[in-house]
Write a protein that binds this ligand. Structure first.
Ligand SMILES: Cc1cc2nc3c(=O)[nH]c(=O)nc-3n(C[C@H](O)[C@H](O)[C@H](O)COP(=O)(O)OP(=O)(O)OC[C@H]3O[C@@H](n4cnc5c(N)ncnc54)[C@H](O)[C@@H]3O)c2cc1C
Length: 511
């Protein structure tokens, strides 16, 4: 295989069978023609990272692409529905806000809704507008513990609901494996011990297994996790660390028994040197403590996790180590890295699986032939790297927008120098609350607004064009919206009832 070759790709080899590998296999095996082989190599001996349970709404698009029946998927993966993330103690200890999926209110005459709300909140007149979350259906439903699927009719408030899932990562990979095999993908069990490169071009020709077998390919997708066997080890693409901005580099994870109602949101509670997650699934709760080893030792971190559990632990806590950052390029020669092999931005906004999906959909839209056009490879890298950078900025915002000074960790986060792209964004917000979504940017202004206001970042002014909207009319509009959203949310079934009626999983043995 050389870069000078021509003709269509006939052999795709995916290295790794975690979430990234099986999502890639499921999508590629459906997209390519019958004469293209899709082979996935994985090693049970090595195993997968085994976490990754919270998602964002874009996963619904992926499920559609690979033809998933949503109720069957929810049942098979012990999933629950997620309407957003509840953040506790981030801006300061005692704070409690939600970053919901979906939109706040409705823009009026070209003026963004949040501008209208900001003016009303600043005037403090007659009826206060209440928190901005009251104008987002996903937010109100999450607070009430309710869930329903959105409707297609854009005039209905229920059309504005947006959701994602929490699921069991192991069951998700197994589910995708079944789908991929049914679509024609082949699984090879074995530990990769070597990578064979073409002496002339440096392209990857094959991987060799510990037992001597050889798996040849033309396009290689590196889904080998943090090891980055192909892109990092074999091709030597350097890693860019973002640890200065995202100092958390370890996590303890432990499942526990379910306690109380099934909340339709992830909970992220800030701690002295990081934060703790709580992810409700049908059969158990996923818990974790993400922390910085520069500011906490392992024992303190695991104790904080276990002390904060609401249920009984179902296993011994497991430690994971990582560094936030990404490879300088995600596609090099005939190798594309998807998932942890390409980079990792800690799980605070559940973006990893989305970035896997984004890598897959962009690979499909730039699917190569055997000439591996460098222009297309450069475009893939440009799009994906920019997306990583944009997500990075949004996650940094959570750490930086704080007044916490109760630990050296928060002192570092509060005072650190920001990436220029984020500093510019915050400067635009600080004055007249301007927010713009860049091309291809994952997080919408609604997401930025929820986190900025949730963490106490009030702008000094608002859009002067709001003045064109009479105060009385605007107040009536706000009151009406709030009322309709509140009533729509209250009429939904509880999250638990919805699952019981549509997609309850069979009881599983938990261990
Ligand atoms: C603490 C933590 C929490 C997270 N939470 C979330 C979350 O809530 N939401 C989210 O979207 N993401 C989350 N993630 C990220 C998520 O876990 C990953 O994006 C996802 O699991 C994909 O992992 P992967 O498939 O890239 O790697 P892995 O799961 O590590 O899979 C790697 C695969 O490569 C194989 N392999 C490696 N070396 C060899 C070899 N030599 N030979 C053969 N096979 C090999 C392994 O056997 C395995 O099959 C979290 C990550 C961490 C660390």
């Amino acid at each position: 295989m050389t870069g000078a070759a021509t003709g269509p790709i006939r052999k795709v080899v995916i290295v790794g069978g975690g979430t990234a590998g099986w999502m890639t296999a499921a999508a590629l095996s459906r997209a390519v023609s019958a004469d293209v082989s899709v082979t996935l190599v994985e090693s049970e001996e090595i195993g997968t990272v085994g976490v990754g349970e919270a998602t964002i709404p874009s996963l619904l698009d992926f499920n559609r692409i690979i033809g998933i029946d949503e109720d069957a998927f929810v049942r098979a993966t012990q999933a629950t529905f997620k309407l957003g993330i509840r953040f506790r103690d981030w801006g300061r200890i005692g704070d409690d806000y939600l970053h919901p999926f979906g939109t706040h209110g409705r823009d009026v005459a070209g003026v963004s809704f949040h501008q209208l709300w900001l003016r009303a909140a600043a005037r403090g007149e007659t009826a206060t507008p209440g928190p901005i979350g009251d104008y987002c259906l996903s937010h109100v439903a999450a607070r009430l513990g309710r869930f329903n699927r959105p409707v297609a009719d854009p005039s209905a408030v229920l059309s504005t609901l947006s959701y994602a899932f929490h699921f069991d990562a192991g069951l998700y990979a197994a589910y995708l494996r079944t789908l991929s095999k049914a679509a024609g993908a082949t699984r090879v069990e074995g530990r990769i011990a070597g990578v064979v490169r073409n002496a002339e071009t440096g392209f990857i020709d094959a991987v060799t297994l510990a037992d001597g077998r050889r798996v040849d390919g033309e396009l290689f997708v590196d889904c080998s996790g943090f090891r980055s066997l192909l892109l990092g080890d074999a091709l030597g693409v350097p890693f860019t660390s973002w640890q200065h901005w995202l100092p958390c580099d370890r996590a303890w994870a432990v499942p526990s028994t379910r306690q109380g109602p099934l909340t339709p949101y992830t909970r992220a509670t800030a701690d002295r040197a990081g934060w703790r997650w709580r992810i409700p699934l049908q059969h158990r709760v996923g818990n974790g403590h993400v922390y910085s080893s520069a500011y906490s030792d392992d024992d303190t971190a695991v104790r904080a996790l276990l002390d904060g559990l609401e249920g009984t632990p179902l296993a011994e806590p497991r430690q994971l180590r990582f560094v936030a950052g990404r490879r300088e390029r995600l596609w090099e020669k005939n190798c594309v890295a998807i998932g942890l092999a390409g980079g990792f931005l800690e799980p605070l906004e559940s973006t990893s699986i989305h970035l896997i999906q984004s890598g897959i959909t962009r690979l499909l839209s730039l699917f190569p032939d055997r000439s591996f056009n460098p222009v297309e490879i450069a475009e893939y890298n440009r799009l994906l790297l920019r997306e990583y950078d944009q997500v990075r900025d949004f996650i940094i915002l959570h750490y930086h927008a704080t007044t916490r000074s109760d630990s050296p960790f928060w002192d570092h986060c509060r005072t650190m120098t920001l990436p220029a792209s984020l500093a510019d964004k915050l400067a635009l917000w600080a004055g007249n609350a301007r927010l713009f979504r860049e091309a291809g940017e994952l997080f919408t202004p609604d997401s930025w607004i929820a986190v900025l206001l949730g963490q106490g970042q009030r702008p000094t002014g608002c859009d002067p064009l709001v003045a064109a909207l009479p105060v009385g009319e605007a107040a009536a509009f706000l009151a009406h919206l709030r009322d309709v959203i509140g009533r729509t949310a209250a009429a939904m079934p509880t999250h638990e009832t919805f699952i019981a009626q549509h997609c309850a999983a069979p009881a599983l043995q938990t261990a």
